[in-house]
Design a protein around this ligand. Structure first.
Ligand code: SAH
Length: 359
């Protein structure tokens, strides 16, 4: 018996790959541009709706390709205007994506995995374990769905890869999604508008430094020493603080850009004046800025958010060392859309089963 290959998905294809696929079927390569415009600019989810393609071409496409789009299962709107989207994937699994208005730009916070394997001690997504990687089509598909639901196809927006998952742990699909989003016949999103946030998986970070579509880089640092960071970010035992800082120093930055170091502030854990001084000295040699994220507390997370005074004191010490520092305003906490609060529970697998996938 021969296994039936699943049909390639138009949503997964970069334009050059689509051009080759059309060519191989005796169709003109330029139709790829039209197809991209339909999918990304007009938000079409059905091949038959691509009305400037010939019937014959639409029939070929429908026979040989799928076109899969995440389904909008639920939408929450926060008092501060933040919106959280629960999306159902083709296999019935769920992910979350968040729209954050005016920060100052409009920003889509996008997921790269169902769950996450990194298990950072303060993050709810980490509690899920990794269920599976998203495909490029599912990553870029979140942008299609949000841009459509928010009527923002023709508007400018930023993308942050700060939803569920560790983007560098799903490297190839994430980069393919960025190339799809950057395509001039699709969203035409400039790499300057994209920020990738990572715990710092070193080999992937070295690869990222050579990418054609190079996003801005944010590193989840969270502590100035290996001893402290190892407790919070388990992967630090493999890729330590000094190595990450060295990789950041080597990272190619264009004239105006800087690396962002994210630092979740946890009361009594990493928020002392001494920690602030160590942090400032650590990042001093990197063209960077520090973004402090006061913990978004949740049931099951064994940490507390520091007082406003402790946050201000920490920020001031870092700033006094000449490092640019900002405190991230928490958005959408009332709808559990804030950093580290994305978790999807469904009638799928138990937490233990999910964890077993990671082990
Ligand atoms: N896996 C990537 C991107 C996801 S999270 C990364 O780790 O960078 C985006 C940011 O939110 C990260 O800096 C993450 O550490 C932070 N975060 C996670 N849980 C949080 C929480 N409970 N409160 C505040 N920030 C949190």
């Amino acid at each position: 018996m021969t296994a039936v290959e699943p049909r390639p998905d138009l949503a997964d294809l970069e334009r050059p790959a689509l051009e080759s696929a059309l060519d191989a079927r005796g169709h003109k390569r330029f139709h790829a541009r039209q197809i991209f415009r339909w999918i990304y600019k007009h938000g079409v989810t059905d091949i038959d709706a691509m009305t400037d393609l010939s019937r014959e071409l639409r029939a070929t496409l429908s026979r040989d390709f799928a076109l899969t789009t995440p389904a909008l299962a639920h939408r929450d709107i926060s008092a501060d205007g933040t919106q959280k989207f629960l999306l159902r994937l083709a296999d019935g699994r769920y992910i979350e994506s968040v729209f954050i208005p005016d920060t100052p730009a409009n920003t889509f916070c996008i997921s790269t995995q169902v769950g996450c394997a990194m298990a950072c001690a303060f993050c709810l997504t980490g509690k899920m374990g990794l269920v599976r990687n998203l495909t490029a089509g599912e990553i870029a598909g979140q942008v299609r769905v949000l841009a459509g639901a928010l009527d923002m196809r023709d508007k400018k927006f930023n993308i942050v890869l700060m939803g569920m998952g560790e983007p560098l742990h799903n490297y190839d699909e994430t980069m393919r999604a960025l190339r799809i989003l950057a395509d001039e016949h699709g969203f035409g999103l400039s790499a300057r508008r994209i920020t990738l946030s990572s715990v710092g998986l070193l080999p992937a970070l070295e690869r990222l430094a050579r990418e054609p579509v190079m996003p801005n880089l944010a590193i989840s640092l969270h502590a100035p020493t290996d001893l402290q960071r190892g407790e919070l970010v388990p992967i630090n035992k493999k890729y330590g603080v000094a190595e990450i800082i060295a990789a950041c120093k080597r990272f190619p930055l264009n004239r105006r850009s800087r690396i962002t170091f994210e630092y979740v502030l946890l009361a009594g854990v990493n928020d002392s004046p001494q920690d602030a001084r160590k942090l400032a000295k650590l990042v001093a040699g990197v063209k960077s800025k520090v973004n402090l994220i006061p913990l978004n507390a949740a049931a099951g997370i064994p940490f507390e958010r520091p007082s406003d005074e402790a946050i201000d004191r920490f920020a001031k010490i870092v700033a006094d060392h000449g490092v640019t520092v900002s405190v991230r305003k928490s958005r959408g906490r009332d709808i559990r859309a804030a950093c580290g609060q994305l978790i999807v529970e469904g009638p799928k697998k138990s937490a233990a089963q999910q964890l077993a996938v990671v082990m």
